[in-house]
Design a protein. Sequence first.
Length: 389
Amino acid sequence: MKYDFDKIINRRNTNSLKWDVGDNELPMWVADMDFPVAEPIMAAIQKKLQVGALGYSIIPAAWNESYMSWWRTRHNFLIQPEWLVFTTGVLPAISSAVRKLTTPAEKVLIQTPVYNNFFNSIINNGRQVVECPLQYDGRNYSMDFEQLEEGLSDPQVSLMILCNPQNPSGHLWSSCELFKVGELCAKHNVTVIADEIHCDLTDPGKDYVPFASVSDACRDISITCMAPTKTFNIAGVNSAAVMVPNEFLRHKMWRQLNTDEVAEPNIIAMEATIAAFNQGAEWLDQLREYIYENKRICREFLQEKIPEIYLVPSEATYLLWLDCSKFCDNSVELMEYIRRDSGLYLSEGAEFGQAGIQFLRMNIACPKAVLLDGLARLEKSINSYITSK
């Protein structure tokens, strides 16, 4: 089947977090795609709803099997069924892990710039953030292992949240890099939460490496958060899993997720997840090609029309990380200016830590007509912003 990703869906006035904006505004901020959901997923949801009752759901063996089959086929990683624990979302799971695996005022290490809600999961639970900035050479990102070990060696650091693939840069960590992370964390008795929610959204021909697959150390000290929601554009379904090979850690997570009441599925979570992993491969492969083409369009547009912005090379996700350091010292001010000037709504890089203060993040998971509109607005606003300085 050939899927139509050029189709424009009108999501205004639908209680959409992304699209609850002004009439002239174009939201390209939150990680929410504007594409129709794959037909097998919609069919599974509709079949469930046709039962006519909206009662409690259970977690069938087919749910575990769908995860196991997908990771075996797509990522060459063998998951055992007992390693999986259902949860309503990756962020609830991360917050539960922070509460269970650390004590108040202890420290949690993150590598910045990184997904802004990591900060919330740490601070809102009374823990302290330790920022370990990634190395940025003006072109690409890499890990600073000397600084990472310095941070992990602090006896108050008992947890690290790893973003794999990296959000917002779209960087894919190699087996070697992940191996080093595992060795350092094991050495300093630090547990790793691996957020791998974007793992299937790699460029064609590119593969992500599951953290837990790299070594015995990585497997034994880690809790991997995974979900079909970003991959298949079903974030509103609230369906995810934690994959924990270590029995001791798994029991802790199972206990905390149940204590926090985020371990029970809604009426369509099981059907949507099973259909996505069992029947969504064709849709996903076409989606990856479409997003890759959108990236090419953006790269060429920026080089030709807005050379002041440097597009950090991306191998995963549909989020672009825009380096505006040539003309901007404050991405919050820049984001607000662009939104006032042209209606284009982007994410300010400052949300992702101090290392992102001169960056913007742009979501390009949209039909090409919408993308071109967004790029035209960006060109207008950046030219105006630079002129006003």
